[in-house]
Design a protein around this ligand. Structure first.
Ligand code: NZQ
Ligand code: ZN
Length: 391
């Protein structure tokens, strides 16, 4: 195991009705003028925004509203939010929604206290200062409720990039699994896929002797394999929703990624798909993960065989471990398809003729130097081969 620092100070309020604590939690974490930032309307239709407003009013906290965050959140609304925060002297941003509303809120909090262009942070500058941000999560997926990360798409060029910094870790996150019961099945499945991807991105490591984090990841993957079909069959199953919601947080607050190198090539490859075709991030990952794993499997066949045996229940073929490794990848692919996830680029609305452009933006965009690195280093040719495996 490598040396590491682990800092994860988010306060979590979990369970039925937890959103009623919004006002008192904003107060507790120093907010006195709030921007409520939310998505395309699901939180309005469910009555959640009204309950959040009531909670803030009960705590005597004035607020202003900015809705309209799109999935794969865009830079334009971030600039608008930054202006609004300055104009209204907002000192706390409360995101209500999924990864998109939360990531947009995080970008606003960093930009509101910065003299330059907030996009600097999405071009590699670490985020050191930000207004405090809190979240009320409505979809278990991105893990942004417990992460120091934010992913935004620059409208000029549709470049999707991430920024990071402890300053944008949520001060608190409210997790009420019942709020996820209104999700369309497709979005529930996208969330399950993203959570599993966050686990795999950490599982693919070059660090030896990481038994504790390997076992944590395997436990969370097994949980998703158990609860995923249960929630797809019965969307109102509060207990299944609860397990998935907490697994989604644990998959991405890095408690199971410490002390080991991680991959993230699949995420980088997928981000080009959701940037260009505006598909759901989880849907893009369902197509990306099996292709990447098939391509890089030879780098460490025993690691892929291990997850195949321990998580997918495959029989170990000691004479031919690559057979076991491949069986595990196929089990993942079949599981994601069983949830209703897409199989290939065509299902995502992507055109194979775009592959050269996808590769160029992936490997050259925003100062990259012709390759991406993680579990293995992937050149432009490798990335093109991987996209071709998705056809
Ligand atoms: O906008 P509304 O109307 O709320 O609809 C949303 C949206 O259409 C809907 N939805 C959310 N909660 C709902 C609901 N509909 C009905 N009932 C509810 N309770 O679901 C759709 C997807 O929402 P979104 O926030 O986009 O989903 P998700 O949480 O998957 O976030 C995706 C974004 O997060 C980024 C992705 O790249 C993508 O841009 N990621 C962020 C990460 C991070 N900050 O740490 C890590 C991830 O790997 C990921 O890259
Ligand atoms: Zn993800």
């Amino acid at each position: 195991m490598d040396n590491f620092a682990f800092y994860s100070p988010t306060y979590f309020a979990f369970g039925h009705g937890a959103e009623a604590q919004a006002g008192s939690l904003v107060r507790r974490f120093g907010g006195s003028r709030v921007l409520i930032h939310y998505g395309g309307g699901s939180a309005v239709r469910s009555g959640l925004i009204d309950r959040v407003k009531s909670s803030l009013e009960a705590s005597g906290i004035p607020y202003t509203l900015l809705g309209g965050v799109k999935p794969n959140p865009r830079s334009g609304l971030v600039y608008e939010g930054i202006d609004l925060c300055r104009r209204e002297r907002v000192d706390f941003v409360l995101a209500v929604g999924g990864g998109s509303a939360i990531d947009s809120a995080k970008a606003i909090t960093a930009g509101a206290v910065y003299d330059g262009d907030f996009w600097d942070f999405y071009s590699g500058k670490p985020i050191e200062n930000a207004l405090p941000v809190g979240t009320i999560l409505t979809i278990a997926a991105a893990g942004s409720e417990g992460s120091p990360d934010s992913v935004i798409t620059l409208e000029d060029g549709m470049l999707k990039r991430g920024a990071t910094g402890d300053a944008i870790r949520p001060r608190f996150s409210i997790l009420n699994p019942a709020l996820t019961q209104t999700l369309p099945p497709y979005q529930t499945a996208c969330g399950i896929t993203d959570i599993m991807a966050h686990l795999y991105e950490r599982y693919l490591t070059n660090t030896p002797d990481v038994e504790v984090t390997d076992r944590l990841i395997e436990a969370l993957l097994l949980t998703m394999i158990h609860e995923g079909p249960r929630v797809m069959a019965d969307p109102d199953n509060y207990q299944a929703r609860s397990n998935i919601m907490w697994a989604g947080m644990m998959a991405h607050n890095n408690s199971c990624g410490v002390g080991r190198t991680q991959d993230w090539n699949s995420h980088n490859i997928e981000h080009e798909l959701s940037a260009k075709y505006d598909c759901a991030h989880g849907a893009g990952l369902a197509v990306t993960l099996p292709a990447v794993f098939t391509y890089v499997m030879e780098h460490d066949v025993m690691r892929f065989a291990q997850v195949a045996v321990r998580v997918w229940g495959c029989q170990m073929d000691f004479a031919h471990p690559e057979v076991t490794a491949r069986a595990g990848i196929e089990a993942l692919r079949a599981f994601l398809i069983s949830l209703g996830m897409p199989r290939n680029l065509a299902d995502l609305g992507a055109d194979p003729a775009d592959i050269p452009e996808l590769v160029r933006v992936l490997c050259r965009g925003n100062g990259r130097n012709g390759a991406i690195s993680g579990f293995v280093t992937l050149t432009e040719e490798d990335c093109a081969n991987i996209y071709r495996l998705m056809v």
